[in-house]
Design a protein around this ligand. Structure first.
Ligand SMILES: Nc1ncnc2c1ncn2[C@@H]1O[C@H](COP(=O)(O)OP(=O)(O)OP(=O)(O)O)[C@@H](O)[C@H]1O
Length: 354
């Protein structure tokens, strides 16, 4: 098991960062009925960990016995029937899913599947009517229609079901949903907190850490706890005992994007654009989010670029990032940005060197 999973705190009392939030959550569910919740914050900050610990607080260890299913639904959409396939993770008392996986058909997931799940009220062990929890990931990626339907479901079935929503950016969630939830911001852990977690893992694994080693990993991880723990484990696999000046390796995908940036800088042609497209596809297939690909690509290109072009390139990156949010196929927009960059850069080279 990877350390990120092995050392993921299981209960609200065990969490090492966001302890105050964890204690407030504990009070919330022990003292009163839990409201709908919206957890938001950057990737790797610890949202999912808190949600899982919260479920355990509410339902006990049974919340940990989950089964993963690839389920198919046939949904009636007026004149036609739509086949939807989604992966769900469920225990006796909760179901977790990512409705935005259905792409532009996400509203059918909310209108039919989530509504159906929310309707069924479980009976708890004491024979009383309990409530079911639906954990929905990436709600900020849901279309407007899907978010409107979700609001209706939240209101209508609030007696039998509680929603725990999770996302990176709450500004992309409609006001109507936000106002019906208790909003919980999960900040990225500070470098000191990350160091504390790394030292804890090091101790558990009986590792000797050279002075400042954990701090260097924390600094490189950009306040992303998952990334810090993964880097730490990679360092352990690469070399142990650790050395004082041991290099912290970048993530594979980051190196890959750096290669793409080098390719783009070397040649600006339709052939090269086609090759870059294949490489970007590879990243997307391996679940690197398109926004991260675009952001990292810009970062790498800026490192190699003349100062006078930087402003213009940033402008176009922002333009295509915005278009990517409006559209469905991220690859088109990343490719369009690369093509735009190539044209700007080639123009610059011709103007400068003839
Ligand atoms: N409070 C905590 N104390 C100690 N370790 C933690 C804590 N929260 C998270 N971690 C560690 O950080 C890793 C990443 O956390 P988690 O998956 O909860 O982040 P996330 O915010 O849900 O990320 P994403 O938005 O990318 O899914 C976990 O696997 C766990 O090992």
């Amino acid at each position: 098991m990877l350390w990120v999973d092995k050392y993921r705190p299981k209960t609200l009392d065990q969490v090492m960062v966001h302890q105050e939030i964890a204690q407030n959550l504990k009070k919330l569910v022990t003292e009163q009925d839990c409201p709908h919740l919206l957890f938001y914050g950057p990737s790797g900050a610890g949202k999912k960990t808190l949600i899982m610990a919260l479920l355990r607080q509410i339902f006990g260890t049974s919340a940990e016995k989950v089964k993963v299913e690839n389920r198919n639904w046939k949904v009636d959409a007026g004149s036609r029937t739509i086949d939807l396939e989604l992966t769900t993770l469920s225990s006796n008392n909760h179901v977790e899913l990512t409705p935005s996986d259905a792409g532009f058909q996400d509203r059918y997931v909310v209108q039919e599947i989530i509504k159906e799940m929310a309707k069924n009220r479980p009976i708890d062990t004491k024979g009383k009517k309990g409530y079911k929890v639906l954990v929905l990931n990436e709600v900020d990626k849901l279309s407007r229609e899907a978010q409107h339907s979700l609001r209706r479901t939240m209101e209508k079935y609030s007696a039998s079901c509680r929603l725990i929503l999770c996302c990176n950016s709450s500004s992309k969630v409609t006001e109507a949903i936000r106002s019906r939830c208790l909003n919980i911001r999960i900040n990225a852990p500070s470098e000191e907190e990350t160091v504390k977690v790394l030292e804890f893992i090091g101790k558990k694994e009986n590792l000797q850490l050279p002075p400042g080693f954990a701090a260097r990993i924390a600094e490189k991880s950009n306040r992303n706890l998952r990334r810090a723990i993964l880097s730490f484990e990679t360092c352990r696999v690469q070399q142990y005992p650790f050395e004082n000046n041991q290099a912290i390796p970048p993530m594979d995908w980051e190196e890959y994007i750096s290669e793409i940036a080098t390719d783009i800088m070397k040649e600006q042609s339709p052939k090269r654009l086609f090759q870059v497209r294949g490489k970007v596809y590879e990243l997307l297939i391996n679940c690197i989010p398109p926004e991260i690909v675009l952001k990292r690509l810009l970062h790498e290109l800026l490192k190699k670029l003349d100062a006078e072009l930087k402003h213009e390139v940033c402008h176009w990156a922002a333009y295509y990032e915005h278009r990517m949010h409006l559209g469905q196929k991220a690859i088109f927009h990343i490719e369009a940005f690369v093509a735009k960059f190539m044209s700007i850069y080639k123009g610059f080279l011709i103007a400068t060197f003839g």
